[in-house]
Design a protein around this ligand. Structure first.
Ligand SMILES: C[S@@+](CC[C@H](N)C(=O)[O-])C[C@H]1O[C@@H](n2cnc3c(N)ncnc32)[C@H](O)[C@@H]1O
Length: 204
């Protein structure tokens, strides 16, 4: 069942790749800049999508960027020249990362754990491959805790999930904690729905 769901979401993103760059305008460049200010050393970008973060990569980093959707990766490949840092693009599922433990100084994901079929499993993998003294930097939209907007997001979620493969009602901060990641800082960037979450792997 988990494998089937992964295939369904992957295929949805292969379709979403056709119009993702238009949709992506909802994510501000300022937010992306803030995320990448936190990156150091050897970096893993999870769910690179069509490469919207490429222009923000710090030139002194070396980036490995993964995504499970060949359609999204094909678009990213066309934009590689926008990255000021060296990038290895690899097709891979964050729920089963093919890297050794503690391989990266920083792991970054922007708007990814709203889509990963088993987000806690994906976040556990992120924690595993990040060095114990490394940093995990996430930009995520989450379910609103507002009495009206929260239930509206729940009601709309099946439609959004069907159309683009993304959930708008994930409780990602709780999922991050459930995966064992220790949160150092959590910043509300917009309406308590868009969050910058900075953490580290904690005691493994
Ligand atoms: C909403 S897009 C965000 C793309 C990019 N990070 C950005 O900020 O524009 C979510 C991305 O996560 C990828 N993704 C979802 N689940 C994944 C998984 N299990 N493993 C790897 N990539 C995944 C999707 O294919 C898609 O490219």
């Amino acid at each position: 069942m988990a494998r089937e769901l992964t295939e369904i979401i992957k295929n949805r993103y292969n379709r979403t790749a056709l119009f993702y760059d238009w949709m992506d305008r909802m994510i501000s460049g300022d937010w992306r800049r803030r995320v990448w200010q936190e990156a150091r050393g050897r970096v893993l970008e999870v769910g690179v999508g069509t490469g919207a973060n490429f222009p923000f990569y710090p030139p002194e980093c070396r980036v490995t960027a993964i995504d499970f959707s060949p359609g999204m990766l094909a678009r990213a490949r066309q934009k590689l020249q926008m990255a000021p840092a060296p990038v290895d693009l690899i097709e891979m599922d964050v729920q089963h990362l093919e890297f050794e433990d503690a391989s990266f100084d920083t792991v970054v994901a922007t708007c990814v754990f709203c889509t990963v079929p088993d987000p806690v499993q994906g976040l556990k993998e992120v924690r595993r491959v990040c060095r114990p003294e490394g940093r995990i930097v996430l930009l995520e939209h989450v379910r609103s805790e507002h009495w009206f907007f929260g239930p509206v997001m729940d009601a709309l979620n099946p439609l959004v999930l069907y159309l683009i493969g993304s959930n708008i009602n994930r409780r990602t901060v709780a999922n991050v904690r459930m995966a064992g990641i220790e949160i150092e800082r959590e910043e509300d960037l917009a309406a308590k729905i868009v969050k910058l979450i900075i953490g580290h792997p904690g005691g493994i």
